[in-house]
Design a protein around this ligand. Structure first.
Ligand code: SF4
Ligand code: SF4
Length: 409
């Protein structure tokens, strides 16, 4: 059972309470106004130039029952808070089908301050984890985090294997103001390419950098999104401790989800440490003339905005700027791009708990990518790569964007 950690932001039903009774102007007093924008098939806001798409919330589109909408999750949290409903298996099913795509947070005009529609889903997961521990499907992730500091339960001697043969320096063995944070997925076959390519690109750009290797812990993505607050704070503290005294000024991450979590670490603890994604690093290095595209790549490609890199961190243009700068590359956009990007189904513990929803999401996205006429789909987040590589009907091949860029250097 999860032990509650002291946090500035209340957890579980306390967070629901804060939203329900928030009265200060700073907190805004409104909650969900039942507008339906976060899942409805009409335009999000008729006043906007771009009315948006019919498909918004993946679990709602898959199950097509009202209870799977962000709005319903908010209403259910309210009823549980007031003791009108218990946490039933049916309610849990609704809460754990959220893929953490962040579309409802993007759309909801009411609040996006830690008490928005997606935050309330996480708050309810925190409540369940604190009272009952993880749901059965998430038990291996929870145990992996607790025992090995990563969701895949990889023992220490299996961490950092992605860097073998690359001649990289570990923090402690070398002093450097830059840290490459690979992410737990770099030690899985589906997630390795991004970290390896990023290390190659940083070396090519003449960057002095270190890695954490077998000392690297999870950024806290799963612990945060599945509601394991004590684990989240323990992992965050461990990562912050690793930085202390190391004079790190910049962290370059290989995964879009790591970026979202690292950027959410407390500002007072991070100080002036800058956190950027590898693709932002590459864009900067090209602009500064430290990286040059010496070779062309004649290919029609499309780019999938990972939910946590795009909506979660606001990185939309860097990947496109790079792709447009590589000679020979033709970038074909999917209909749902940038803030409207459709989820791959890989987040929120959904592949583990509701594989059929996750599979449908990945198939739907890959079919959309194939309809552009592209030969290859590029993306740059470990969970998206896992989803696409496990898709039973891959409509086109996929590749890590950073790895693709290496061919042009
Ligand atoms: S969660 Fe936000 S967007 Fe969705 S129905 Fe409520 S107010 Fe509207
Ligand atoms: S984060 Fe995505 S999947 Fe979860 S409730 Fe919001 S729109 Fe639906």
């Amino acid at each position: 059972m999860e032990k509650e950690a002291k946090t500035p932001r209340p957890i579980g039903l306390e967070r629901v309470k804060k939203w329900l009774y928030a009265k200060g102007p700073g907190e805004r007093s409104a909650g969900c106004v039942l507008c339906g924008s976060c899942y409805g098939h009409g335009p999000v806001n008729p006043m906007e130039d771009e009315p948006g798409f019919k498909s918004k919330c993946p679990p709602y589109e898959f199950y097509r029952f009202q209870r799977f909408t962000p709005k319903s999750r908010w209403l259910m949290a309210q009823r549980v808070f007031h003791g009108l409903d218990p946490v039933t298996p049916e309610l849990k099913e609704v809460l754990y089908t959220c893929t953490t795509c962040l579309m409802c947070q993007e759309i909801c005009g009411v609040r996006n301050d830690g008490y928005g529609p997606w935050d309330i889903t996480v708050a309810m997961r925190e409540e369940i984890a604190a009272k009952e521990g993880p749901i059965e499907a998430h038990r291996p992730i929870f145990d992996g985090l607790k025992q090995h500091n990563n969701p895949w339960a990889l023992p220490k001697d299996k961490r950092g294997a992605w860097a073998e043969g690359l001649g990289l320096k570990k923090l402690g063995a070398g002093k450097s103001p830059t840290l490459l944070f690979a992410g737990c997925s770099a030690d899985l076959p589906s997630g390795r390419a991004g970290a390896i390519a990023l290390a190659r690109l940083m070396k090519q750009a003449g960057e002095e950098f270190v890695i954490l290797g077998d000392e690297e812990s999870c950024c806290g993505l799963y612990a945060n999104d599945l509601g394991f607050r004590a684990e989240y704070h323990r992992l965050q503290e461990g990562n912050l401790r690793a930085l202390k005294g190391a004079s790190i000024g910049k962290i370059v991450v290989a995964c879009g989800s790591c970026l979202r979590i690292w950027r959410d670490y407390p500002k007072e603890a991070m100080g002036a440490v800058e956190v950027i994604h590898g693709i932002e690093y590459v864009e900067r290095a090209v602009r500064e003339g430290r990286l040059k595209f010496a070779k062309g790549v004649a290919k029609k490609v499309t780019y999938h905005d990972p939910c946590h890199l795009g909506r979660g961190s606001g990185v939309y243009e860097a990947p496109r700027n790079i792709l447009r700068a590589i000679p020979g590359v033709e970038l074909l956009e999917m209909e749902r791009n940038r803030r409207w990007s459709w989820c791959c189904g890989g987040g929120g513990g959904v592949p583990e708990a509701f594989p059929e929803l996750s599979q449908w999401n990945a198939e739907d996205r890959l079919s959309e990518a194939a309809r552009t006429g592209a030969e290859l789909l590029l993306t740059t987040s470990a969970l998206c790569h896992r989803s696409f590589s496990q898709c039973r009907k891959p409509a086109l091949p996929t590749q890590e964007l950073l790895e693709f860029i290496c061919q042009a250097i």
